[in-house]
Design a binder for this molecule. Structure first.
Ligand code: NI
Ligand code: MN
Length: 229
């Protein structure tokens, strides 16, 4: 499979069968190079409804007739927007045609902000995902703090690649992300959710260096760069 970083928390994953995109925040994302109309996707995995994750989900889903996998409440809301969505809840897993998805906890918010009406709509729990694809396990943590139950992920799965936020302020910062990498048992970590906005500025190379001191490989991907697995 080919994993490509699309900026912020957005990744595309392609194999011989499927095109998957996670948290497709492209419009308004200063890191993004891909535009929503260029996206080819069968599946959209959405960790939560904040705009830096929900992003272009509705237009990409409609244009590609893609199914969106997300929290039950967010799935219901998306279905009202005319999008096909598969709702899940924390702790649940399901085998889709492309692979198996396990929804993991995330400690964060999951609101949709309607600026025009000055309304905040809550969409259930935010989440992360363990994605089982081509015999590999990928963990996308979503936006979350460090939490000790991340250790349970390691008990269940051997994580080949973990996508972990390091930006701090809204999520865990680099130090907690190193602990998360250990608790998850990740063989390789790709940092995400940093440097998109001034408030989440971090040096990913320092993070990767500290990871290597713990015997964990880190890979910093620039927008548009890929990892073959
Ligand atoms: Ni968020
Ligand atoms: Mn975010």
């Amino acid at each position: 499979m080919k994993i490509t970083f699309q900026g912020h928390s957005c990744f595309t994953i392609e194999n011989h069968r499927s095109h998957i995109i996670i948290d497709p925040f492209l419009t308004g994302n200063p890191q993004a190079k891909l535009t929503p109309d260029q996206v080819k996707a069968d599946v959209i995995l959405l960790t939560h409804a904040h705009n830096d994750h929900l992003g272009d989900t509705v237009s990409i889903a409609k244009q590609n007739k893609a199914v969106v996998i997300c929290s039950h409440e967010l799935a219901t809301w998306l279905s009202w927007q005319g999008v096909e969505a598969h709702g899940m809840s924390i702790g649940g897993s399901y085998s889709f045609e492309f692979g198996r998805v396990h929804m993991t906890p995330a400690f964060h918010g999951n609101s949709y902000v309607d600026d025009e009406r000055q309304e905040i709509i809550y969409m259930g729990m935010p989440a992360g995902f363990v994605i089982q694809l081509d015999g590999k396990h990928l963990y996308h943590a979503g936006d979350t703090s460090l939490y000790s139950d991340m250790q349970l992920i390691q008990r269940r799965y051997s994580i080949d690649v973990a996508f972990l936020p390091i930006g701090d302020n809204y999520t865990m910062g680099p130090e907690d992300a190193i602990q998360a990498a250990e608790w998850v048992g990740a063989k390789r970590v790709i940092p995400m959710h940093y440097n998109t906005f001034p408030v989440i500025e971090q040096d990913p190379q320092t993070f990767v260096k500290k990871l290597s001191e713990k015997g964990i490989e880190g890979t910093v991907l620039k927008t548009g760069e890929s990892l073959e697995l």
